[in-house]
Design a protein around this ligand. Sequence first.
Ligand code: ZN
Length: 234
Amino acid sequence: MKEQIEKLVDLQNIEIETAKIQAKLDGVALKLESMDALVRELEEKLASETAQLESLKKKYREFDSESQMNLSRIKKSQEKLRSVKTNKEYQSILKEIEDIQGKNSLIEDEMINCLDEMEAAEREITLEKEKFFSQRDEVDHQKMEIEKEAEDNRKRLAELETEWKNFSAGIDTELMKKYIAVKAKVKYMAVAAVHGAVCQGCNLNIPPQLYNELQRFESLRFCPHCQRIIFWKA
Ligand SMILES: [Zn+2]
């Protein structure tokens, strides 16, 4: 019985390690997803700032063509001035030129504002780009390490599966059935050591009579409190 129990404990240790590794592997997908989300967020910010810069450039081009149009109108009016016959006509064209010049000066102010905003946006985009690229490199690097660790874990999992098969083959069928039944009930640690008359599964004392019997390893015994399979451990 002692040997059978020892095999069962080995089997249980394999299962505990398997569960730990499986939990790590389950967390990997989540971790990778959150890292991707971080990079995506920076990418979206960069895209929106680039779009904003494009719209500023468009606005600037519109102002510029309006200003060019006004300048050519002024030029035409100045040419007309040279051939006017009356003072009234002269004054009216002069007024027209002044009006256009006034409008154009406002447009030029807008163009200067636009250039300032474009410059600020370009600076911001340069910074954001640096941030984006360094974050992406960092994430790529971390991903590689995570993948490598996951690969090692998957290998270990396959090893544990083989070990489990080998160990379980050496365990008596009836004992195996009982082990599975107890495991279904207690979820964790179906086989518990009893150390100093205390069940390590539930931390309760077992009766002295049972404790004495345990030390002889004659038959399969269960903890009267938690129903785990118990064995004596010095
Ligand atoms: Zn117990």
